[in-house]
Design a protein around this ligand. Structure first.
Ligand code: M6R
Length: 606
């Protein structure tokens, strides 16, 4: 969590960094700050609350120099307050640091540094870093950073500026992402690519254990053993439109609307001349007997559907594990097991740790990631890009439908590699996927007025239950997660067959119950669940075909979804009205859909 940025160039650093922070605030947004360096002095500006308040400080106090570092925070140690906001400084304010990660041995180091005379201003773990740097600093910032990181336990990407070094930023990385950007008139650093735009055209990913010395016209990198490393810059592929809201009021609204093109992009990439295109993974899929999916949050919901796709087409045994559970178990590394890590950001700490655990047990790991240069992608034997474009809204929407599409195609690849998919079956499966982009567009359009009608009545409800069976159980979980995280409505997703084993006690005439009941094998079973809810006067939102009279009769509101044709693909459509429902409920309740309270886009700490 937290986002860091830095700039050296010919523009006012604070103005550039405020824009960079705006692009990083999805990583945390409870406080923010900037440190600039000019004429042998550091100037610090910070504030608790939204970025606007930091902007006001700079509008009032003016700017100080062309070199600076910045931070937007998601609190781990210490409350969100101005004192705890980064940058943090050493006692005489000659070194300023911004940090993303957690320093696990901070208490011991704080005691040690305090005994040596350091005066701490905050409750954060991060403030350790400038004080430690000061104890090792003898005029050479690189040596100070090298000595400092030997003492740090935990994870960090940090950037430091020194009052007596003009136009120079030193960065170090271990466990948290850090990118260096290069442009014709500037050098930058950031936790993520959008924050480098538009000043940088090329990007270099700082690797684990590396330290970089960034100046206005050069970058020098040394690795953990102090060897010089050539910086490997490559062109930045994303453009400004991808990281702006355009005509939409929020990134979430934009990203929901982008789903037809996301699904189409994945289809175009993975299907060639009507057949599956080769995928670049260094694993022989034909030898795989068993798959373990590892993921968190929305990506875990996608994995639940990935299991269904794989079991159906490849007929192999699949386990789905929540990364934060897997990493603390003693999992079995059976021969022939493939681990598949799923992550939008590619930086989720628990998924990364699980991946490392799996690799330490010699299991091959393939990942499905949206951010291609992410840690999870780089540490996998093969990374299949999700091609969704940057997802900036904290609530994952287009990455979910992208993951489902990619997982469906991955299941077909696996089935084909194992000789369990005939040419005819391959064609049939692909043909069932091709209409999905259009159906996604149609479902989003057709559902909107029905969603708005339901929101009008149900937005004040303080709890909601989501029920689904089969693949739609994942939809129920995902629908509930969306409503919780952006509208702050307590919501629970349940397999409908389990409802009468307890949760049905919740039903009153005040409780909205979303019943996901499209046509298919589970349809009639779902109608029985609707009957049970109705008998107890629950307020039913049915999700299914508009031509389904039984569903319509049992529902107070019907969210129409098109019929996917292939039942396995139906969840790609069923989730769409539920994304829009959460979005509208959140707006009605005056919630910030892009930056819900207490959350951050990438969960890079445990
Ligand atoms: O980047 P990842 O896919 O690894 O993130 C996993 C979860 O943190 C993420 O899906 C989270 O649950 C979203 N906020 C859900 O909308």
């Amino acid at each position: 969590m937290c986002g860091i940025a830095g700039y050296i160039g010919n523009l006012d650093a604070s103005s550039v960094l405020l824009v960079a922070l705006e692009r990083l605030k999805y990583r945390g947004y409870d406080s923010a700050g900037i440190a600039t360096q000019e004429n042998g002095e550091l100037t610090i500006g910070k504030s608790a609350g939204r970025l606007k308040e930091l902007q006001d400080i700079y509008d009032e106090q003016g700017s100080f120099g062309n070199c600076g570092i910045a931070h937007t925070r998601w609190a781990t140690h210490g409350t969100p307050s101005t004192e705890n906001a980064h940058p943090h400084c050493n006692t005489d304010q000659s070194i300023a640091v911004v940090h993303n990660g957690i320093i696990e041995n901070h208490e011991r180091l704080r005691r040690q540094l305090t005994d040596q005379g350091a005066i701490f201003q905050s409750q954060t773990d991060s403030e350790i870093i400038p004080h430690l740097l000061a104890t090792y600093y003898d005029g050479d910032p690189i040596k100070a950073v090298q000595a400092c990181i030997k003492e740090l336990e935990g994870s960090y990407a940090f950037a430091a500026i020194f009052a007596d070094h003009e136009n120079r930023i030193i960065v170090a990385r271990h466990g948290s992402p850090l990118l260096i950007g290069r442009g014709p008139h500037a050098m930058m650093l950031a936790s993520d690519i959008p924050a480098l735009l538009p000043h940088a055209h090329d990007v270099c990913v700082l690797e684990e254990g590396q330290i970089a010395d960034i100046r206005n016209d050069s970058v020098e990198i040394v690795d953990a053993d102090s060897n010089n490393v050539d910086p490997a810059f490559k062109k930045i592929e994303i453009n400004f439109n991808e990281v702006s809201k355009g005509e939409y009021d929020s990134f979430m609204a934009k990203e929901i609307a982008e789903q037809p093109e996301v699904v189409q992009r994945i289809i175009d990439d993975r299907i060639s001349n009507g057949a599956l295109a080769d995928i670049a993974v260094e694993v022989d899929l034909s030898q795989i007997q068993h798959v373990v999916f590892l993921a968190c949050g929305t990506s875990w919901h996608a994995a639940l559907l990935g299991k269904r796709f794989l079991e159906h087409y490849a007929r192999i045994h699949v386990e789905v594990d929540i990364s934060s559970e897997y990493r603390y178990r003693n999992p079995i590394a059976a021969g022939g097991t493939l681990v598949v890590a799923i992550s939008q950001s590619g930086e989720t700490a628990d998924t990364l740790a699980s991946l490392r655990l799996a690799r330490s047990m010699f299991m091959p790991v393939v990942s499905l990631v949206n951010v291609v240069d992410s840690s999870i992608a780089r540490e996998s034997e093969g990374a299949l890009p999700l091609l969704c474009g940057p997802e900036i809204g904290v609530a994952s929407t287009k990455a979910y439908t992208g993951q489902l599409t990619a997982l469906f195609l991955f299941a077909l690849q696996m089935a084909k590699a194992k000789g369990r998919l005939t040419a005819e079956q391959e064609k049939e499966a692909i043909d069932s996927l091709l209409p999905i982009p259009e159906l996604v567009a149609g479902t989003l359009k057709n559902a909107e007025e029905h969603v708005l009608d339901a929101v009008e009545v149900l937005a004040p409800a303080n709890a909601t239950v989501f029920l689904g069976r089969g693949g739609e159980h994942a939809t129920a979980l995902e629908g509930a997660l969306k409503l919780k995280e952006i509208a702050y409505v307590h919501a629970t997703g349940y397999p409908a067959g389990e409802f009468k084993h307890g949760p049905i006690a919740l039903v009153t005439n005040q409780l909205p119950v979303v019943c996901i009941a499209p046509q298919g094998a589970m349809h009639d079973k779902m109608l029985s669940n609707l009957e049970e809810v109705r008998a107890r006067q629950g307020r039913i939102i049915g999700v299914g075909q508009s031509s389904d009279r039984d569903l319509k009769n049992l529902s107070d509101h019907l969210f129409p979804v098109d019929l996917a044709g292939n039942e396995l693909l139906q969840p790609l459509l069923s989730i769409l009205p539920l994304q829009r429902y959460s979005y509208h409920v959140a707006r009605r309740r005056d919630c910030d859909v892009d930056q819900p309270r207490n959350l951050a886009k990438s969960v890079t700490v445990e």
